[in-house]
Design a protein around this ligand. Structure first.
Ligand SMILES: C[S@@+](CC[C@H](N)C(=O)[O-])C[C@H]1O[C@@H](n2cnc3c(N)ncnc32)[C@H](O)[C@@H]1O
Length: 268
């Protein structure tokens, strides 16, 4: 792995933000709980108050995850950190890989909109989860700001690029298939979706961890040039990165960390 990040920050656990266990009969998601969530939300007596209110929709999702079944969302604790980053960085265009049922897309899309941003793209591999997400984003009143794209991270990014919808993103959020982070980042680098000025937020650096990804973003340009020589999927090793690690908590109550990588230049 490359050098340690330039700064490491810690946050404290908020017990009120902890969800029920994700694991039920050996399953962590995809056992019908996502459709049950949609039914739960649309059966709530306060449904009319949720319409057009992203914060209330997020609270309703949190209620479900605390009282019915745990969900693999980024959650309130890490979510608050990313919202803070969005408020400061003010991205106009955000690309998210791994949308699940739309929790992060609603939370971060809303934060981006409030900070003056234009478009949040949420790529999700499962068409079923993408349908749940689209419905909740619509309920939250964010239909014009957040667009859900069905496909893997690589397929979705390539399609958005080919259709001319995305060139360079101001922020990229990785929260999908952990072994795909590095290859999908390299694709973003090749296409110029990541370039000087882009901020990359990568979740789950501890749970379950991602040493290959950390090695790439924390390595010097010289080392990345070496690493890329024999590699099949090449990135742009000339991009200069500065890293911060923020320790926080999964909604399961487990300690985790996010890697915040700022692309600040290109080395000739
Ligand atoms: C941890 S969840 C995302 C949670 C979401 N970001 C949130 O906080 O609300 C990971 C999601 O990535 C999706 N996924 C898995 N492999 C993927 C891939 N290669 N490309 C895009 N999405 C993928 C899964 O279907 C799942 O919905």
């Amino acid at each position: 792995m490359g050098p340690a990040p330039v700064s490491v920050e810690h946050t404290t656990l908020n017990p009120d933000a902890v969800y029920l266990s994700w694991e039920v009969d050996g399953k962590f998601f995809g056992d019908g709980r996502e459709v049950a969530l949609l039914e739960y939300i649309y059966a709530r007596p306060d449904l009319e108050q949720l319409r057009g209110d992203p914060e209330k929709v997020l609270q309703a999702i949190d209620d479900f995850a605390r009282s019915v079944r745990g969900l693999i969302n980024v959650g309130l604790m890490k979510g608050a950190i990313v919202c803070d980053i969005i408020t400061k960085h003010k991205p106009a265009v955000v690309l998210e890989l791994g949308g699940y049922i739309g929790y992060s897309a609603i939370m971060f899309g809303n934060a981006m909109k409030k900070a003056g941003g234009k478009q949040y793209y949420s790529v999700e591999k499962s068409p079923l989860f993408a349908a749940v997400s689209t419905s909740l984003i619509d309920l939250a009143g964010l239909r014009d700001t957040v667009r859900v794209v069905v496909g893997t991270g690589a397929e979705g990014t390539q399609r958005l690029y080919d259709e001319g919808l995305i060139s360079q993103a101001d922020m990229v959020f990785f929260d999908h298939h952990k072994p795909a982070y590095t290859d999908d980042l390299k694709l973003c680098e090749r296409l110029g979706v990541v370039g000087p000025g882009t901020l990359i937020v990568a979740d789950n650096m501890v749970v379950p961890g991602n040493p290959r990804y950390l090695e790439w973003v924390r390595s010097s340009v010289e080392k990345k040039r070496e690493m890329d020589k024999g590699a099949e999927g090449k990135g742009n090793p000339n991009l200069q990165y500065r890293n911060r690690s923020i320790s926080s908590w999964e909604p399961s109550g487990q300690e985790d960390a996010m890697e915040i990588t700022e692309c600040y230049g290109i080395e000739a």
